[in-house]
Design a protein around this ligand. Sequence first.
Ligand SMILES: *[C@@H]1O[C@H](CO)[C@@H](O)[C@H](O)[C@H]1NC(C)=O
Ligand SMILES: *[C@@H]1O[C@H](CO)[C@@H](O)[C@H](O)[C@H]1NC(C)=O
Ligand SMILES: *[C@@H]1O[C@H](CO)[C@@H](O)[C@H](O)[C@H]1NC(C)=O
Length: 417
Amino acid sequence: MYARAMVIIIIISYLVVTHALEQAVIAPKTQYIIHNPGASHIGIPTSSALRQFRHDDGSCGGFVAFGDSYSAGIGTGVEGEENDCRQGLHAYPQLIAADCGPTAFQFLSCTGAGTTDVMVGEDASSSSASLPADFALLSIGGNDLGFFEVMNACVFRFYNFYSGTCETALAHSRAMLASDEFENRLRIVIMEILDKIRWEKKPWFTITMTGYARFFNELTDGCDNMSFGVWWDGPRLTKALRSEMNALVLTVNTKLRKTIDAINSDFTKDKVIFIDYDDAFDGHRFCEVNVTEPDYERTDTWFFLVGGPDNARNGTESQRLSEAKTLPPSSPLVDPLLCVGPARQSGDWGMLALCYMAMTKYLNPTLRSAQGAQGDIQAMNSMWYVPTYYGKTFHPKSLGHEMIRNRIYETWHRVDE
Ligand SMILES: *[C@@H]1O[C@H](CO)[C@@H](O)[C@H](O)[C@H]1NC(C)=O
Ligand SMILES: *[C@@H]1O[C@H](CO)[C@@H](O)[C@H](O)[C@H]1NC(C)=O
Ligand SMILES: *[C@@H]1O[C@H](CO)[C@@H](O)[C@H](O)[C@H]1NC(C)=O
């Protein structure tokens, strides 16, 4: 009891001192203040969910978001021109930053990131300094485990018959999951973050890591003969395919949780909190009852389709921005002979999809797109050359990000009790 009181006193004095210091030094690269009047926050007062991170003055202290496009929030609206990491305004880390009020928030999540890139997004000049953060958010795994290859081979077939078979892509992901390699890499990423933060000086510091959600309702008959394929006569969304892809996501979540449990067991107090929000997406996946896919307009579907609109709440900033005229695409035209190296390097799904489609069109100039009427996929839409148009597919829309944030608050609230 006495020891505990001492620890608390030390923490409080440390907070007071470091907080003043941090306010002076932090100039985060990316800091947005967004207004989010629509959020009702599931009956748990934000103040309570964020309580453990609050400083004396009521602010949240600093936090960092690391990881892939799932925390970068690709497709959820941008102010002005999109950055290379395709960070969206309604990404769940942004929502948490908005709830915090003034906070030193560093948004380092980057579309395409895998376990080997997590710490790379950081400003090199500050590499020796500790990150002024009281907690971190992390989403990682999908790129290491070949989600894009599965999506490409089994669902969209951007590279038409060169996309490889669905079974090969699934087998590759399963093999990665079964090996120790991914687990070891995830452990390294988490230890690097803890190191960077100087966790031994911040006993309250935790990493909150989110998983993934199943993409399909796998029970409906209606979808069996429907397709998301970008070329004519694409693969069908059969129950067998939907359940295999769903099973893969569940296996990934199980793997993440198991790895995190193993890491936590090395510490006296849990350092990593896993957020499983999968069940919250029930009713909000593809192929739900009475839905004819591809249904681009369905607000209740919380994942994006190729080029489909977001579902930000009416009246919010992201909704206003998504309605606004999109800026002319700044990405260079895709050269089918040169694009594949850089696209693979980036890990950006949108760049890969775009490149594969350009290569397909180059190799088969007469091939018809699935949108048949126009015949030529390039004529479909002026957004054809914008990678985000493709890269956001199978990522959460704005309402999905709100639900992920809510799950994080619920879990924090529980952990805090
Ligand atoms: C499935 O769709 C294809 C073309 O979209 C059509 O030719 C075929 O008859 C359909 N099959 C069934 C069982 O509905
Ligand atoms: C699906 O459509 C049927 C027939 O129109 C209707 O009776 C049923 O309530 C609908 N189910 C859902 C979940 O919307
Ligand atoms: C916004 O309003 C439109 C028109 O009333 C409605 O169809 C849409 O579902 C609303 N969006 C959301 C996210 O509630």
